[in-house]
Design a protein around this ligand. Structure first.
Ligand SMILES: Cc1cc2nc3c(=O)[nH]c(=O)nc-3n(C[C@H](O)[C@H](O)[C@H](O)COP(=O)(O)O)c2cc1C
Length: 329
């Protein structure tokens, strides 16, 4: 039987498949089920920077909304419900650690480098094995240039690294003007891992209700091409581990991402659609592929199809369809 274990950010995972941060990783019961089904690690649902800031300001006896809170956040959740969010979050990590034997990764959804780094102490004291920073600032402010947007990411990593004793990863989107170089520069900050990529609510239009509505929450199988391209291109040159996220729908997809150089593969939508019970089949499919291709360990094939190892590196850079569709159009 091939060995599925892998190292990610210095953590030993018995499987490269990680439960991505989502509503499915928000209870001890679900985290235990993930463990029983064979998950390698779980990233707990993100706590929002604004929830942390709110709690801290409350502790300082401030009655006004903290100045660092972005007003938009009140669209996302009712602040009254979040008053004990921080202690609940710490308890969730603590309970998950006590009742499972898999790595538990905390997650903070942040938009700045303000107060939340102080909260890292509590997350690591609760037993978290690592922390994922889920950062996304939509570059929709037309008065700020790319450099100003990107600066916040570097400041946040620096602030987190000052406090953290546990490994830190950063989960990013692909909305950057020079994505490959940005990934490379982030990896040189001393960060332990990068997660490529997060997937967000995107707008759609309802032509009957004449309204702008959220589009599909869940990814589909064509979305996997983004992490395939960018992990394939950057895994040979980055200075940290890469985990894949977005579009993974099967064990075959897990193999693809390992082949282009991922250390671990995160999954959310598939578990929403088919339930956590789909995990054993995914795992068996990875093992069967390894057996069929005579690989005993993941390290024997990881990165074999990355940019510097494939015989066809141009495939990662090709963007136009001219040659392929020449006979079709
Ligand atoms: C309902 C839902 C809730 C999510 N909540 C979070 C979250 O709290 N923090 C986070 O970093 N990502 C969150 N995500 C993003 C997932 O972790 C994942 O990165 C994204 O869905 C792409 O992976 P997938 O294609 O396997 O779904 C959420 C995704 C979904 C579908």
């Amino acid at each position: 039987m091939p060995d599925l274990s892998t190292q990610y950010m210095g953590l030993k995972l018995k499987s490269p498949i990680i439960a991505a941060s989502s509503g499915l990783t928000n209870s001890v019961k679900d985290i235990q089920e993930f463990e029983q089904m064979g998950i390698g690690a779980v990233v707990v649902k993100s706590i929002f920077e604004e929830e942390i800031t709110w709690e801290m300001n409350k502790a300082l006896n401030q009655t006004q909304r903290p100045s660092t809170i972005y007003p938009e956040i009140f669209d996302y959740f009712d602040i009254k419900d979040t008053e004990d969010a921080v202690s609940k979050y710490i308890k969730l990590i603590n309970d998950a650690k006590q009742s499972t034997n898999i790595p538990i990764i905390g997650s903070i959804n942040c938009v700045s480098s303000h107060e939340w780094p102080l909260f890292i102490d509590r997350i690591q004291d609760a037993g978290a094995d690592a922390l994922e920073l889920n950062m996304f600032i939509l570059p929709s402010d037309l008065t700020r240039n790319a450099e100003e947007f990107e600066k916040v990411y570097f400041e946040s990593i620096e602030a987190a690294k000052k406090v953290a004793k546990i490994p830190i990863s950063l989960k990013i989107s692909y909305y950057f003007s020079s994505l490959g170089q940005f990934i490379k520069r982030l990896s040189e900050t001393g960060i332990d891992g990068l997660v490529l990529f997060n997937r967000f609510y995107s707008p759609d239009v309802d032509i009957n209700k004449m309204d702008v509505i959220p589009s599909n929450i869940y990814s589909n199988n064509t979305d996997i091409t983004m992490p395939i391209r960018w992990i394939g291109l950057t895994s040979p040159i980055v200075k940290c581990d890469l985990a894949a996220s977005t579009g993974v729908q099967s064990g075959e997809d897990v193999v693809k991402l390992l082949l282009v150089g991922a250390k671990a593969v995160q999954v959310a939508s598939l578990f929403y659609r088919q339930g956590i019970k789909v995990l054993p089949k995914m795992t068996i499919d990875v093992l069967k592929w390894m057996e069929a291709n005579k690989f005993n360990t993941i390290d024997e094939f990881r990165g074999k199809l990355s940019y510097n190892q494939t015989t066809n590196p141009a495939a990662f850079e090709r963007t136009q369809f001219m040659k392929h569709f020449a006979g079709i159009i």
